[in-house]
Design a protein. Structure first.
Length: 187
């Protein structure tokens, strides 16, 4: 186990329909680097992961969105899946929670469809990033610069396209969290 993230607390924001490996692999990477991790969702209980279109495992939520604030954490991870971020971006508290990380200059990592909530939070303008290809137009319409790359880091914002990019995504997300706050990470 590395101690790169020792003393750091990382929030994972997800709800039913998240792509399971896009949660479990970054979760393990953060824990392996020494971070304390918490699963935040819209309500307490369990949320359902998916392996693409097939139901995966259920995961126990540590805290509901009503119980947390960005100042409780050093960074945020947003797993993908289609249903998960589509639901999160319609929840005002989840959107504000996400935006608060940018206002506090804290690292954020989003993969696949995860950047949808970033678009809703209004934090992509002027940012270089990637995602699942179907989000390209949404990101560009929100003022972001979309690129087709395995992983993109822009001032504390780490983004990737898909599960096959997870090794690079996890490595860069851990690196950005270890660096801490980024002055250019703004809402």
């Amino acid at each position: 186990m590395s101690t790169k993230l020792e003393g750091k607390k990382v929030a994972f924001l997800a709800t039913d329909g998240f792509e399971q490996v896009e949660f479990t692999k970054p979760w393990a990477a953060m824990k392996d680097a020494g971070a304390t991790v918490e699963l935040i969702s819209l309500k307490k209980g369990k949320i359902q992961g998916y392996n693409h279109t097939e139901k995966g495992d259920q995961f126990t939520v540590d805290k509901s969105i009503d119980e947390v604030k960005a100042s409780d954490y050093h960074g945020l991870v947003l797993p993908g899946g289609v249903h998960n971020p589509d639901t999160l971006r319609t929840n005002k508290k989840a959107v504000q929670f996400t935006k608060d990380f940018f206002e506090q200059h804290k690292p954020v990592a989003a993969i696949c469809h995860g950047p949808w909530i970033l678009v809703e939070a209004g934090v992509v303008r002027g940012r270089k990033m990637t995602s699942w290809p179907s989000l390209k137009t949404d990101i560009e319409n929100a003022g972001g610069q979309w690129v087709d790359q395995e992983v993109v880091v822009d001032e504390g914002l780490t983004t990737s396209r898909k599960p096959e990019d997870l090794d690079a995504f996890c490595s860069k997300a851990v690196e950005e969290l270890a660096e801490g706050k980024h002055a250019g990470q703004v809402a």
